[in-house]
Ligand binder design. Structure first.
Ligand code: ADP
Length: 434
C-alpha cells in the first residue's frame, strides 16, 4: 500500500495566472502548502515561472470538475478556492466531487446569475427591487413589460459592471437594450460561452450610497472582514468602480444594518464556506444587497486589506488569510489592521488605444500613496464602460483616517495623464436608428 499522502494541498480555480495568483503562491510557500492551479487560459499564461496549472474550460463546469478529480486521484485535497466569477461553479463541483467543504454548486450558480439571485432573495424575504427577465432578440417594449423609470439594464451573468446601464426614459431604455444586445452579440462575449447571452435583467434603479463588503463564511457563519465605502456617487448611466476606502464612515447602526443584510443575503443563497464579496446600497427604505459573489474581492484590490492575528504579529494578506481558513490553521480569524486603507480602480476615460501613462512618479510621490500599478498594456485597445470590464490599473493609499486616504487617492489620480488615441469613430449600428 502507498504511504498516505500527507502534503497539504489547495486547488485554486482562476481565470488566468497573474498578480492575484502570485500572491497566493507566496502565501502558500510560507505555509508549506502545495497549490494546484486550475485555469482555462493556459495558452496565454502571463507567468512563465509557473507550470503546474491544470487546463480546463470553465464554461463546462461539470466536465472541468471531472478533469480535476481525475488529475487529483489518490491525492489528498484540503481546500478549494475560486478567484473570479467564471471559475466559481467549476470549483464548487470539484469540491463536491472531492469531498472538500465548500459551497453547494446550486448556491454558486445562483450567485452567477443576476436573475436567479433576485428570485432567491425575493423568495427568502431579502429586499429586492422590482425586476424583469427580458429577451433581447426582439426590440422590447418597456410599457408592455411594466418597466418604470429610472431603471437599470444588465446582462445576466457578466461581471465588473460590464454592460450595466441606467435608463431614465423609454428612449434611453431602447438605446440601452440595443447597446447591450450589441455587446452580448460581440465575438469577445460570445467566446465566453456564458449562458443567458440572449437576455437581460431590468430592475428598479435603487438610489443611495453604495458599499462593498468582504466576508468569510465558516460553516454557514459569516464574518465581515471589511466594509468599503465607495465615496464617488454611482448614479450612472454606467457603473465602473473607482474608489474603495475602509474602514467605513457609515454610522455604527448603518454598518450593523449592512452586516445583517449581507449575512441575510449570503444565507438566502445558501453560502456555507469560504470568501464572499458583496455590493449593497443604503437609502431611507433600508439596505439592499445588489450582488453577492462566492469569491474574494477581485483584481489587485485585495492588496488594500492586511490582517493581524495580534498586535505583535506581522500583518498578512487576504490570500494568506484565505489559505489559513481553508486549512483550518490559526490566524483564520485575524482582524483587519487598524490603519485606514483604500484603492482606486483607475477608470478608463474613453475607449481607444492606450499610448502612454504619464505622471507615475508624481502620483507615487503623493503623501499617503503606497503603491501604483498600471495593469493595462501599452498599445492595447481599452474599452471604456459599459462595454469595458478591465481597469487601467490600481492606486493604493494608507493613512490615519478614511478621509485622508480618499484625498490621497484623488490627488494621486490627478497626477496621472492618460493618453488614449480614440479609434476612428464608428457609428453605433443600432443606437443610430433610435
Ligand atoms: P456586476 O456583477 O457586473 O458588477 P452588479 O449587478 O453588481 O453587476 O451591478 C454593477 C453596479 O451597477 C453596482 O455596483 C451598482 O453600482 C450598479 N447597480 C446595479 N444594479 C443597480 C440597481 N438596481 N440600482 C442602482 N444601481 C445598481
Amino acid at each position: 500500500m502507498n504511504p498516505p499522502d500527507e502534503q497539504r494541498r489547495i486547488l485554486i480555480f482562476a481565470m488566468k495566472l497573474g498578480y492575484q495568483t502570485r500572491a497566493f503562491d507566496e502565501a502558500a510557500r510560507k505555509l508549506g502548502v502545495e497549490l494546484v492551479f486550475v485555469t482555462d487560459r493556459c495558452q496565454r499564461l502571463d507567468d512563465p515561472w509557473h507550470d503546474r496549472a491544470l487546463p480546463v474550460h470553465f464554461e463546462a463546469p461539470e466536465e472541468a470538475a471531472y478533469a480535476v478529480m481525475q488529475a487529483q486521484r489518490g491525492k489528498h485535497v484540503d481546500g478549494v478556492l475560486a478567484v473570479g466569477d467564471r471559475p466559481a461553479l467549476a470549483a464548487a463541483y470539484a469540491a463536491r466531487g472531492l469531498g472538500v467543504t465548500h459551497n453547494h454548486p446550486v448556491s454558486v450558480e445562483a450567485c452567477r446569475s443576476k436573475l436567479r439571485m433576485r428570485e432567491v432573495f425575493r423568495d427568502a424575504g431579502v429586499p429586492v427591487p422590482w425586476f424583469r427577465d427580458v429577451m433581447l432578440n426582439a426590440t422590447p417594449e418597456p410599457a408592455l413589460l411594466g418597466i418604470e423609470y429610472p431603471c437599470v439594464l444588465k446582462p445576466v451573468s457578466l461581471s465588473a459592471s460590464q454592460g450595466v446601464m441606467r435608463a431614465n426614459t423609454r428612449k434611453e431604455f431602447l438605446a440601452g437594450a440595443a447597446r447591450l444586445k450589441h455587446l452580448l452579440d460581440s465575438a469577445e462575449i460570445q467566446a465566453t460561452r456564458e449562458p443567458n447571452l440572449d437576455r437581460m435583467i431590468v430592475e428598479e434603479y435603487l438610489p443611495g450610497r453604495e458599499v462593498a463588503v468582504e466576508g468569510l463564511v465558516t460553516e454557514g457563519e459569516l464574518r465581515v472582514l471589511a466594509i468599503f465605502d465607495k465615496p464617488d456617487p454611482l448614479e450612472g448611466p454606467f457603473f465602473e468602480e473607482t474608489i474603495y476606502v475602509t474602514p467605513s464612515r457609515l454610522s455604527r447602526a448603518e454598518q450593523a444594518a449592512v452586516e445583517k443584510s449581507f449575512a441575510d443575503a449570503a444565507r438566502a443563497l445558501g453560502l456555507m464556506h469560504g470568501p464572499v464579496h458583496g455590493e449593497l446600497r443604503l437609502n431611507e427604505r433600508g439596505v439592499w444587497p445588489i450582488e453577492v459573489a462566492a469569491r474574494p474581492i477581485g483584481g489587485l484590490c485585495a492588496r488594500a486589506l492586511r490582517f493581524r492575528m495580534s498586535d505583535k504579529d506581522e500583518a498578512i494578506g487576504l490570500e494568506e488569510l484565505l489559505l489559513r481558513h481553508a486549512l483550518g490553521l490559526p490566524g483564520k480569524d485575524a482582524r483587519r489592521e487598524e490603519q485606514a486603507s483604500g484603492v482606486l480602480m483607475i477608470p478608463v476615460p474613453k475607449s481607444g488605444v492606450l499610448e502612454e501613462v504619464k505622471g507615475l512618479d508624481e502620483a507615487r510621490a503623493v503623501k499617503g500613496i503606497t503603491e501604483l500599478e498600471i495593469t493595462a498594456r501599452l498599445h492595447d485597445y481599452l474599452a471604456a464602460w459599459p462595454e469595458g470590464s478591465s481597469y487601467l490599473g490600481f492606486l493604493f493609499a494608507k493613512g490615519e483616517t478614511p478621509a485622508y486616504v480618499e484625498a490621497a487617492l484623488r490627488e494621486g489620480h490627478r497626477k496621472l495623464r492618460i493618453e488614449i488615441t480614440p479609434r476612428l469613430p464608428v457609428e453605433h449600428p443600432v443606437t443610430k436608428r433610435i
